[in-house]
Design a binder for this molecule. Structure first.
Ligand code: ADQ
Length: 726
């Protein structure tokens, strides 16, 4: 359209210029002819000083349409006869005197109020002598009008053409390109999700080759899916082959005829927040429960009930407070529960994280038991139970998976109203010793809440043992150590370990080299990189780890400027004073060590206080020569398994605290006591000097164990065990 406009404007310009030249030349010619003929009658009267004759000739001619004025001047420029309309100052115009002096007729266009005027001066003669001049002023405004009309006509035409072309282009793009493309995109999307049996349709002929290629890919995809399902079906009973999302899906439909799954957790898997310019952004919060269950829900579908904590969460849900997620490829329903600030403060920050969390972790932080928090805890548990009961009201024998210590009372609440529901609760953190748990003023209520479930799951056998012992001490019940079950008032609860894991099925991925730009952006240029990833939580042993690093650099100064430790620690539970203080201590400690050990532009510790996306974490896991996982106490710890899963090349070293659940299964890790800085330093040195063969042997064994018991198997076993309960 711009090109068309340019062409038309240039043509108009040339047409207007040509027209102007033609009209001007015509005017000049006519004026010249007029003055030549007048000269013959005017010259004798000028010579005989017959002013009245000259005046009558002037008046007669000046009455003409085109002629604005006429004047006759003698040789010194004095007017002899002048018509009214002739500009007064014309006699002094140099054109008159120049024409007489040079005895040459000449003309000029001058601007006037009503448009341009053409002034023409023709000298008068007698005996070849100049005796005066005849001046004619012609109206030239019509030339401008004509030019303006040309421009106007052409611009209107251009405008109309642009409208027609624009409309035609819009129609072309909308109906011939955009519509078939969007049909094609939709059918590709549907094929990718495995939702349709039809090939892409409705494509315009020029898209046909593309459409037929996509149709072939879609058929191949369907065949591959079918093959994967068949293979998964055949492998269902062979627990030694790896579990995959596909196998889990197949398992669910084979054993449970697609009975819907309901997950209930406090934290939600997707948080919607207000961004700039009224936009909404979505993020996945850091945390083990979410990481684990997201893979399961993506594979099985169902409903996940959780607290809507994002400030734009309400904006995006439907009338029933639901939204389909993941946002880029919806697979299951997220139902949000709304809580007040007071409820969050009492239930989450208070009882869950200031009482139960320190009670269950041996991190030497005293639990705070406040009656007010306990009241909120009960209330919020009731709210979650009510929401779930409403969701399952039309569902027969629903499978319910309740998550973690924030919802300990929900199992009993559900079973009371819906005894047919099959309810499991998974406790993602350690279970303390019976003696340790006995300090909780509401220990019986918590145990009764948990024992409402048909199945209580922990990460390790040790936590199951501790739980059984606690129940034996606190609650009147029949405990069966053969089957690991507790029976109270005819209701039996099974207690079993399910070591949670990550979504790694060991598929050989020939991936391109990891992108190192994130390290460069952080100014990390050393040969060796160590990595730590966690929430800023005192149980994760970040301060202990820093002590170990300091000790290492003091003992092995040769690693200064050759080894950097990158600690990614996302802010967590910041409404709690203990967590804020811990964050400050971690930052201050990193600064102190950097000041004391750092050299030139090298810092031994680079601390990143933010949440990283999965896409950002993956290359870091792949690049890091070692990963330091040093919690002082941790139920399982997924970071250790994520590091192992990311090491496609089967190299690198994992340094792992002996106080994590993960240390039971990851035999190839270098186990340490995080309270000993010497022990940590030794392990770092061992990791940095380990031979490639040793790294390979250890990593291979750890990858096998993570692959064999990945999160798909974790959920399959949890759900299968739950479904087997009466
Ligand atoms: P968490 O205490 O949250 O989990 P963990 O198991 O290590 O601890 O899981 C943390 C998850 O969050 C990992 O997937 C990790 O990658 C991610 N994460 C941590 N910090 C991050 C950051 N800065 N940026 C991005 N992602 C980050 C609880 C228990 C654990 C148990 C899990 C699962 O405390 O013992 O293993 O639940 O049951």
């Amino acid at each position: 359209m711009l090109a068309i406009a340019l062409i038309i404007v240039s043509f108009t310009f040339f047409q207007a210029s040509r027209e102007e030249l033609g009209l001007s030349a015509d005017l000049q010619y006519r004026t010249r002819v007029l003055t030549d003929s007048l000269k013959v009658s005017v010259s004798p009267s000028v010579l005989s000083h017959s002013t009245s004759t000259v005046q009558s000739i002037v008046d007669r001619i000046a009455n003409n349409d085109r002629v604005i004025g006429l004047g006759v001047y003698n040789s010194d420029g004095t007017p002899i006869a002048v018509s009214n309309q002739l500009p007064d100052d014309i006699s002094t115009n140099p054109i008159v005197t120049t024409a007489m002096d040079t005895d040459t007729p000449s003309g000029i266009f001058i601007p006037a109020q009503e448009g341009r005027v053409y002034i023409f001066v023709n000298p008068l003669h007698s005996d070849n002598r100049v005796i005066g001049a005849l001046v004619v002023a012609q109206n030239a405004a019509y030339i401008d009008t004509t030019i303006w009309n040309i421009w106007q006509d052409n611009l209107v035409r251009l405008f109309l053409q642009l409208i027609v072309i624009g409309a035609a282009l819009f129609a072309l793009v909308r109906w011939v390109i955009f519509k078939p493309l969007s049909i094609l995109t939709e059918s590709v999307r549907a094929a990718r999700r495995g939702e349709t049996d039809t090939a892409p349709t409705g494509s315009h002929s020029f898209l046909m080759p593309l459409s037929s290629e996509i149709s072939k890919i879609s058929t191949n995809l369907k065949q591959a899916r079918f093959a994967a399902r068949e293979e998964a079906r055949m492998r269902l009973e062979k627990l030694d082959s790896p579990w995959t999302a596909e196998r889990l899906k197949e398992f669910m439909s084979a054993y449970f005829k697609n009975r819907p799954i309901f997950v209930v957790s406090y934290r939600e898997p997707y948080v919607h927040s207000k961004g700039k310019n009224n936009t909404v952004t979505v993020s996945v919060p850091a945390g083990g429960v979410i990481t684990a269950l997201e893979s399961v829900m993506e594979a099985c579908g169902g409903t996940w009930i959780a607290y809507g904590s994002g400030n734009a969460d309400k904006k995006v849900v439907d009338g029933d407070d639901k939204i389909m997620v993941p946002p880029e490829e919806p697979k299951y329903t997220l139902k949000r529960v709304w809580l007040t600030e007071k409820e969050v403060a009492g239930h989450y920050s208070g009882f869950s994280n200031e009482a139960l969390w320190p009670l269950c972790h041996m991190a030497h932080v005293r639990p705070l038991f406040r009656a007010e928090d306990w009241r909120e805890y009960r209330k919020v548990n009731g709210l979650f139970a009510k929401t779930l009961l409403n969701e399952i009201r039309h569902v027969e024998r629903p499978l319910v998976l309740i998550q973690d210590y924030q919802l300990a009372l929900v199992p009993a609440m559900i079973k009371k109203s819906r005894p047919d529901a099959q309810v499991a609760i998974f406790w993602h953190i350690p279970w303390p010793s019976a003696a340790q748990f006995s300090i909780c003023p509401w220990r019986k209520d918590i145990l009764e809440g948990l024992l409402g479930a048909d199945l209580v799951g922990f990460h390790t056998q040790q936590y199951c043992n501790d739980f059984m012992e606690t129940v034996g001490n606190e609650i009147e019940s029949r405990i069966d150590f053969d089957h690991f079950s507790v029976t109270r008032a005819d209701h039996e609860t099974h207690v079993k370990p399910f070591p949670i894991s990550v979504a790694f099925s060991g598929a050989a991925a020939s991936r391109p080299e990891p992108d190192r730009s994130a390290l460069e952006a952080l100014g990390i240029r050393t040969d060796f990189i160590g990595l730590g990833v966690e929430r800023l939580d005192y149980t994760k042993g970040i301060l202990e780890r820093f002590k170990g690093l300091e000790f290492f650099f003091l003992q092995h100064p040769e690693y200064r400027e050759r080894f950097t430790f990158l600690q990614i620690a996302s802010p967590s539970r910041e409404s709690i004073a203990k967590y804020r203080e811990y964050g400050e201590q971690v930052r201050a400690e990193a600064e102190r060590i950097n000041k004391e050990i750092g050299m030139r532009d090298w810092k031994p510790i680079v601390l990143e206080n933010r949440n990283y996306s999965r896409e950002e974490l993956d290359p870091l896991f792949r690049i890091a020569n070692l990963c330091l996982v040093t919690p002082v106490h941790d139920g399982m710890n997924l970071v250790a398994k994520e590091y192992v899963a990311a090491r496609d090349e089967e190299d690198g070293a994992l340094i792992l605290s002996q106080f994590t659940g993960a240390s039971r299964g990851l035999k190839g890790a270098i186990l340490i006591n995080p309270y000993s800085a010497e022990n940590t330093a030794e392990a770092i040195h061992k990791a940095l000097t380990m031979t490639p063969a040793d790294q390979h042997r250890r990593m291979k064994s750890m990858r096998n164990s993570v692959r064999d018991y990945n999160v798909y198997r974790w959920s399959a076993e949890l759900i299968k065990t739950l479904a087997q309960q009466d």
